[in-house]
Structures are given as structure tokens and as C-alpha cells.
Design a protein around this ligand. Structure first.
Ligand code: SAH
Length: 217
């Protein structure tokens, strides 16, 4: 692909018009959003829309989140580079790529195996080497690598899944949409000496988190 077709200008415009004016400040997050080829995480026919200000379908009734929401959630995780991150809801793998650019290691869990396989292929072709994948119910977390410095859930939950709170390290951050099936609040939870501090980051709309500690199918 030539430089004219790598959407670099679309990414720069996305950062300048969708992220900075809405308050995204973390230089690492802005750099990752400028660098990662979001167009490679959607179907080829949708590549031209990949940098638009909205989510897009990725098959199996799921969506790739709006760029601003990806940036907002990532910024809330306060990544400095040495963290182990747990992501629930791999989907297209786009958010995974942003996390893998900013953290030491990403463990990502997706309940739809076909989406996990597709995301793993895209991310491996892009040479990410610090991501572990699992096709599983992420409401149970991923015990093997716990505790995590940061946990991000990219599907809407009815309440905070207990296993995720248990798998959070002390001073760890969990970012998760919580609400009903149609609209949620983005909640940030910080674990402080065994207790939890909550912060509300605003309204949002995600596909459902389906699992033992989520919605029933
Ligand atoms: N971050 C992804 C968002 C994908 S949509 C992206 O930007 O592409 C949310 C994803 O969460 C869907 O792929 C859905 O299948 C997945 N999901 C829903 N419930 C889940 C669960 N219990 N465990 C793991 N993944 C789940």
C-alpha cells in the first residue's frame, strides 16, 4: 500500500476533530490513535468509513466502538507502559491494538470464537507480540494471569462482574459500561487497599455483555 492509501490524514483529522476537542489529553493515547490502522479492523467495504465518528458493524451482531469511546476508555486506564491489561470483548481487535501499543502485556477474552480468530490474525499480521487471546466467557475474567493493573470491558454489563473486581491489582483501574440493555454509564472503578472507589465517565451505548456475570442470552 502506498502512503496515500494508509489513511494517515483521516487518522490525523479524527484526532483533531473527534478526540482533542472532547478532552482527550494523554499524549500516548493520542499517538496510538494516530498510529493504529483502524481501517484494517473492519471489512474492506467499510474501510472508507473507519475513521468516522460512530461505531461500525463487524459481523455476528457486534460492533467496533466509536473512536472517541476507545480513546476515552483507554485514557481512563492510565497506562504508563509496564502494565498487564485484561480486555473483555476483543471484537475486531482494534481496542486491543491500542492497548498493546501502550501496555506491557494484554490478555484479551472474546466469547465469539470466530471474532477472536479474525482479530488474532489481523494483530499477528501487524506484528503485535504482547497479546494473549482466549475464546471464553470474560465475565469470569482470566484467572491464570491475574491480578491485572487495568481491566477494560467493551460490552455493556447489568452490574459489576465480581470476578473482575477480584482479579484487579491494588491501585488497579477497571473501566466498564454498566446499565440496562440499551444504554449504560461508563464506570471507572479504582481498587484502593481492598476497597473500591467509583467514578462516572458519562453515558454510552454498547452491545450486551453476555455471560455468567452478565446478561443471559
Ligand atoms: N473492543 C471491540 C468491541 C467489540 S463489541 C472493538 O472495538 O472491536 C463487544 C464484544 O464483546 C463483542 O465482540 C462480543 O462478542 C463480546 N462479548 C460479549 N460478552 C462477552 C463475554 N462475556 N466475554 C467475552 N466477550 C464478550
Amino acid at each position: 500500500m502506498t502512503s496515500n492509501h494508509d489513511y494517515r490524514f483521516a487518522r490525523e483529522k479524527m484526532v483533531k476533530t473527534q478526540l482533542i476537542p472532547r478532552g482527550i489529553k494523554d499524549p500516548g493515547v493520542l499517538a496510538a490513535m494516530r498510529d493504529v490502522r483502524r481501517d484494517l479492523f473492519v471489512e474492506e467495504s467499510l474501510a472508507g468509513e473507519a475513521y468516522n465518528d460512530h461505531p461500525l458493524p463487524i459481523g455476528h451482531n457486534q460492533t467496533i466502538s466509536q473512536p472517541y469511546i476507545v480513546a476515552l476508555m483507554t485514557e481512563a486506564l492510565e497506562l504508563k507502559g509496564d502494565e498487564k491489561v485484561l480486555e473483555i470483548g476483543t471484537g475486531s481487535g482494534y481496542q486491543t491494538a491500542i492497548l498493546a501499543s501502550l501496555a506491557h502485556k494484554v490478555c484479551t477474552v472474546e466469547r465469539i470464537r470466530a471474532l477472536m480468530v479474525k482479530a488474532r490474525k489481523v494483530l499477528s499480521d501487524l506484528n503485535y507480540r504482547n497479546i494473549l487471546f482466549k475464546a471464553f466467557d470474560g465475565t469470569l475474567g482470566w484467572e491464570e494471569y491475574a491480578p491485572y493493573d487495568a481491566i477494560i470491558v467493551t460490552a455493556g454489563a447489568p452490574s459489576l462482574p465480581e470476578p473482575l473486581l477480584n482479579q484487579l491489582a491494588d491501585d488497579g483501574r477497571l473501566v466498564i459500561p454498566v446499565g440496562n440493555k440499551y444504554s449504560q454509564e461508563l464506570v471507572k472503578v479504582i481498587k484502593k487497599r481492598g476497597s473500591f472507589v467509583h467514578e462516572n465517565l458519562g453515558g454510552c451505548r454498547f452491545v450486551n455483555l453476555v455471560g455468567v456475570h452478565g446478561w443471559k442470552e
